[in-house]
Design a protein. Structure first.
Length: 141
């Protein structure tokens, strides 16, 4: 049997776990938002801070796997990110639908913000034309 080209897989330890009990979502978080990572977990978008650091932490996931529950998320729902450095709670303050090239949500800020991004519409077959963005602010301890 002929072997095809080797597939590069970047294995790394999980960064943590995301939980949104209001929508029944629990998933591991890995570094990166490439296709291989998003098949196995929610991905931390490179270049954004890690949980616990100031700025916009951004996570991506597929709408038909790990982020399926985001279709039911509402303002004021709570999101918990658990990492080796601690547990961080966020409260959803907005959701919106944007074009893929609208990346303002990923731009850094002085606040502790969590951004979740997935494709939209949720029931679209194939490569969806828009993105669904959830913005949540960290709840002070």
């Amino acid at each position: 049997m002929a072997e095809g080209p080797a597939i590069a897989v970047s294995e790394g330890p999980p960064l943590g776990r995301i939980e949104i009990s209001a929508v029944g979502l629990t998933a591991m978080v890995l570094e990166g938002a490439d296709e291989g990572t998003l098949r196995r977990a929610v991905g931390h978008i490179r270049g954004t801070p890690l949980p616990g650091k100031q700025g916009n932490v951004a996570l991506a996931g597929h709408r038909d796997t790990f982020f399926r529950g985001l279709r039911k998320i509402r303002v004021n729902d709570e999101i918990t990110l658990t990492t080796l450095s601690g547990s961080y709670r966020y409260r959803v303050d907005s959701t919106k639908v944007v074009k893929p090239e609208e990346t303002e949500a990923l731009e850094d800020s002085d606040d502790d913000i969590l951004i979740l991004a997935t494709c939209y519409p949720f029931n679209f077959l194939g490569s969806a034309p828009k993105r669904f963005i959830v913005r949540a602010r960290r709840i002070p301890e």
